[in-house]
Design a binder for this molecule. Structure first.
Ligand code: NAD
Ligand code: GLY
Length: 372
């Protein structure tokens, strides 16, 4: 079992633990008891996750004396919206949740984001905890406090920063994850390899890319100790970034490596027929091509990185249903655009990236053309 501490440097400094371990779900109640003062808990989940692991979690919460109410939301990105939010608020009111009580997100990133936003707004904010059950949620979305719902005009447009009191990540639950969902998480894991040094964790002699190259087969076969180590290290990297820049006024933008093109691809596909991991993997390749063409990095590093993505079965291409110009157009309306400038996170040396606001349309389009 590992613990990663997330420290937030706010007006009122704040920290919380992420517990990571194989099979720790059955102790969820005792972990929560240490960090949450609530008597009543509202557990928000979905049918898939709850039918697999719900009874185990509920039993452990009841054993610690919590009163527990369950709300199952419809699943999928299209339900990360105001309707789901309203369902949580309504259930919380009916269940008479008070300020001292808590809401628990139990599921993937969709559940975590919408539940976190509900917790941030119900009674102007009540305690919140995350029990992430996808790889993406364990290495990324449950850490760092970004909570949001989608608006029909765009993804994650309505949200807040609202940190949980505790995160409990049981890596054993990843065994029931479909391979496509595992690969969505792995795309974000590879991202950490490409941004590792810029995160500033400064672990001596550590190269996450080497770890990922060496342990690919063990990762795909869900080796328990390798998975724990993987999730722990990604959480440490993200915690280090969030510690320095909770509200994304600078450094935190590096977590969007590959996402400038990635989000535009998802948008052009109408969030159908492509998943987030596929889009981000293509976007990371695009970032490498732009950086290579600008001589920011040498050809060897570009090739090594593309090979790593291919080894992880991320050899995705864009369908030709829309043009590079369409994609560029989409990038211009992303929420990462600042003062009309598209922001790219580009590699500048192995495992190091920098934020660029001056990539020309021509440079971007030239790279995008290689992604078809
Ligand atoms: P998801 O929550 O939709 O989960 C994917 C699927 O896996 C769902 O069908 C779910 O029911 C199922 N599932 C979950 N756990 C399972 C398990 N253990 N076994 C079997 N099936 C399981 O998708 P996701 O990839 O976890 O999250 C994507 C969301 O995360 C997006 O909305 C994205 O915007 C958000 N996100 C947020 C942040 C952040 O910082 N808040 C960061 C990255 C992504
Ligand atoms: N996933 C990007 C962030 O948390 O900032």
């Amino acid at each position: 079992m590992h613990t990663v501490n997330v420290e937030i440097q706010a007006n009122k400094p704040y920290n919380y633990p992420i517990f990571i371990g194989n099979g720790i779900l059955e102790k969820a109640g005792s972990y929560l008891k240490r960090y949450i003062k609530a008597k009543k808990l509202l557990i928000v989940s979905n049918q898939t996750v709850y039918s697999l692991y719900g009874e185990q979690v509920k039993k452990s919460l009841l054993a610690e004396g919590f009163n527990v109410e369950i709300l199952l939301l419809p699943e999928g990105e299209r339900h990360k919206n105001i309707n789901s939010l309203e369902k949580i608020w309504t259930k919380a009111i009916q269940y008479k949740l008070e300020r001292k009580d808590a809401i628990i997100a139990f599921g993937g990133g969709v559940t975590g984001d919408v539940t976190g936003f509900a917790a941030a707004t119900y009674l102007r904010g009540i305690d919140f905890a995350q029990i992430p059950t996808t790889l993406l949620a364990q290495v990324d979305s449950s850490v760092g406090g970004k909570v949001a719902v989608n608006h029909q005009l765009g993804k994650n447009l309505i949200g807040n920063f609202y940190q949980p009191k505790i995160v409990i990540a049981d890596t054993a639950v990843l065994s029931s994850l479909p391979l496509t969902e595992l690969k969505v998480g792995l795309a974000e894991v590879l991202k950490y390899g490409f941004i590792e040094k810029t995160c500033g964790l400064n672990k001596i002699n550590s190269s996450f890319i080497d770890f990922l190259e060496k342990n690919k087969d063990l990762i795909f076969s869900l080796n328990p100790s390798i998975l724990e180590e993987l999730v722990k290290y990604c959480c440490e990297l993200k915690a280090c970034v969030v510690n320095k820049d909770e509200k994304e006024s600078g450094l935190r933008a590096i977590l969007n490596f590959g996402h400038t093109i990635g989000h535009a691809i998802e948008k052009c596909y109408g969030y159908n027929n492509i998943n987030h991991g596929e889009a981000v993997a293509i976007g990371m390749k695009g970032a490498f091509f732009i950086a290579g063409a600008k001589n920011l990095i040498d050809e060897n590093y570009v090739q090594k990185s593309i090979n790593l993505l291919d080894d992880y079965k991320m050899s995705y291409k864009i369908d030709k249903n829309f043009t590079p110009d369409d994609l560029y157009e989409s990038m211009q309306v992303d929420k990462k655009v600042q003062a009309g400038k598209i922001r790219f996170i580009l590699p500048v040396s192995p495992s190091e990236v920098r934020i660029f606001d001056d990539i020309s349309k021509e440079e971007a389009i030239t790279a995008i053309k290689t992604l078809y």
